[in-house]
Design a protein around this ligand. Structure first.
Ligand SMILES: Cc1cc2nc3c(=O)[nH]c(=O)nc-3n(C[C@H](O)[C@H](O)[C@H](O)COP(=O)(O)OP(=O)(O)OC[C@H]3O[C@@H](n4cnc5c(N)ncnc54)[C@H](O)[C@@H]3O)c2cc1C
Length: 303
């Protein structure tokens, strides 16, 4: 089994998630080669073959040119699978490559189960396992689903250049509007999940955040329901945070939420379900009703 991993740089900086591709390949038991369009100053610590194309000449993102480069690397390596992170880069480029090669694509893979690929469905409330029906597969993996691999060493670089012009020109990035709350700098975050029940209960969680000198975070359903602003959302479609303390109140621990907060130094989860998945990563799981436990804790801290 051979995997061609598609690394990513953004504005010349190697994304940490590139190492999760190695973690996935290790679980698959696959030999690896990597393709990276970027600058030579930020290469992964990895001793295998690295196909490197210069972002200065073909753009940090240009679907036509990057697809050309990828197909060239596929021709040289003949991999069984081509693996992207499920980022905006991966979800745009992966289907183009799968369509060109006329092979299956499996998106947002969260696990490997008995030779099949596990993906979320029904808004990640359920998981299903699929097996590609073509000998080769294009795969995108969910951020945070696989531990970062640590291959180490220096890559054997083989340079690639795109042959023709693409139909698009990469112009550049523009920073998103400044967030109302910058959770990435917070040392303490207390987050509200759907288990909080209703908008009127959000102040209960906010009071604990204030008592601990921290910020209010939230899971996506809480934001989607309009209980708090999107700038408070933690997870793959919110902010990625790494506070010293993360308190999850009524949050189940879906992979998309964990991807945004599992790097916290210490995690306390308050959940009435003792088997909630968040218990697998929490340092402390308090099995209680948030609406009873949180006000009592806040009062104690305030005292
Ligand atoms: C493409 C995509 C992107 C996504 N991005 C994100 C993201 O960025 N961030 C994110 O959070 N989610 C994201 N999601 C959604 C994610 O899959 C989950 O649906 C979501 O995280 C669940 O939020 P929750 O834990 O608050 O709610 P639930 O999963 O409904 O969990 C509620 C929890 O509260 C507990 N509970 C209920 N009542 C009480 C009570 N009174 N006291 C204590 N505990 C109680 C329950 O036992 C349960 O564990 C995304 C999904 C998709 C498909």
């Amino acid at each position: 089994m051979k995997a061609l991993l598609i690394g990513e740089q953004r504005e010349g900086k190697l994304l940490d998630s590139t190492y999760e591709l190695f973690g996935f390949a290790a679980q698959l038991g696959a030999e690896t080669a990597m393709l990276l369009v970027g600058s030579e100053s930020q290469l992964p610590a990895y001793s295998g073959t690295l196909y490197l194309a210069d972002a200065a000449s073909c753009g940090e993102y240009n679907p036509d040119l990057h697809k050309q480069l990828l197909l060239e690397a596929v021709q040289r390596e003949n991999p069984d699978c081509i693996v992207f992170m499920h980022t905006s880069y991966g979800w745009d480029l992966a289907p183009r490559v799968a369509a060109s090669l006329k092979i299956a694509q499996v998106s947002e893979v969260t696990g490997i189960v008995g030779g099949g690929l596990e993906v979320g469905c029904c808004n990640a409330k359920m998981r299903r396992t699929v097996k590609p029906a073509t000998p080769k597969t294009v795969i995108t993996i969910q951020a945070g689903a696989f531990p970062a691999g640590q291959p180490g060493g220096a890559p054997q670089v083989q340079r690639l250049a795109a042959a023709a012009n693409g139909r698009l020109e990469f112009v550049g990035y523009e920073p998103a509007e400044k967030k109302e709350v910058d959770l990435t700098k917070a040392e303490v975050i207390v987050s509200a999940g759907r288990g909080v029940g209703k908008k009127e209960n959000i102040p209960v969680v906010r009071a604990l955040a204030t008592a601990l000198g921290g910020e209010l975070g939230a899971s996506r359903p809480v934001v989607d329901s309009g209980w708090v602003e999107h700038s408070h959302q933690v997870g793959t479609t919110g902010q990625t945070v790494s506070p010293r303390l993360y308190v999850a109140c009524g949050i189940s621990g879906a992979i998309q939420h964990l991807a945004g907060m599992k790097k916290a130094d210490f995690i306390v989860a308050i959940n009435k379900d003792k088997d909630a998945p968040i218990g697998e990563i929490a340092d402390v799981l308090v099995v209680a009703d948030v609406l009873q436990f949180v006000p009592a804790l806040t009062a104690k801290i305030q005292r």
